[in-house]
Ligand binder design. Structure first.
Ligand code: FES
Length: 127
C-alpha cells in the first residue's frame, strides 16, 4: 500500500485542520521537507510504524503493542485495520485516529497524519 503522510506539527503551525478537504494538496504544494511530508510503501502484514521506520523516518512510539497511544495517527483517507483496541474511544475512532504500531493497511492508498499525540483527547491517554 502507498501511504502519503504529513506531520501534525505542520498542520498546527500553518493553521490547517485535519478535516480540511485539501489538506494533502496544500501539503504537497508547500515545499515541506521529506520528514514532514512524503510517502512510504507498506508491505503486506507490515504495520504503518514499522514501514515508516524502514523508510528512515522517526515517528513517535513507546510500547509498540497498542497500549499507549504515543504512536497515534489520523487516517484521513483510506482504511487500516487494528487487531485490537483497548484505549481509543469510539469518538476518536470516528475521527480516524488509529495506533500506527498495530495498524495494517486495508486499502491500496492511504493518507495519514502522524505525530498527533497532542490532539485534544489523546494527551491524557499517553503513558
Ligand atoms: Fe504504544 Fe503504538 S506505540 S500504542
Amino acid at each position: 500500500a502507498r501511504v502519503e503522510f504529513l506531520d501534525y506539527d505542520v498542520v498546527t503551525e500553518r493553521g490547517w485542520s485535519l478535516t480540511d478537504d485539501d489538506l494533502f494538496e496544500k501539503a504537497a504544494e508547500s515545499g515541506l521537507d521529506g520528514d514532514a511530508y512524503g510517502e512510504v510503501f507498506v508491505e503486506p502484514r507490515t504495520n504503518l510504524l514499522k514501514a515508516a521506520e524502514d523508510a528512515g523516518h522517526s515517528w513517535p512510539f513507546a510500547c509498540r503493542g497498542g497500549a499507549c497511544a504515543n504512536c497515534a495517527v489520523a487516517v484521513v483517507a483510506g482504511e487500516v485495520k487494528m487487531p485490537s483496541n483497548h484505549i481509543l474511544s469510539e469518538e476518536m475512532l470516528d475521527q480516524g485516529v488509529r495506533l500506527s504500531c498495530i495498524s495494517l493497511p486495508v486499502t491500496d492508498d492511504l493518507q495519514v497524519v502522524y505525530n498527533i499525540e497532542h490532539l485534544p483527547g489523546l494527551d491524557e491517554l499517553r503513558l
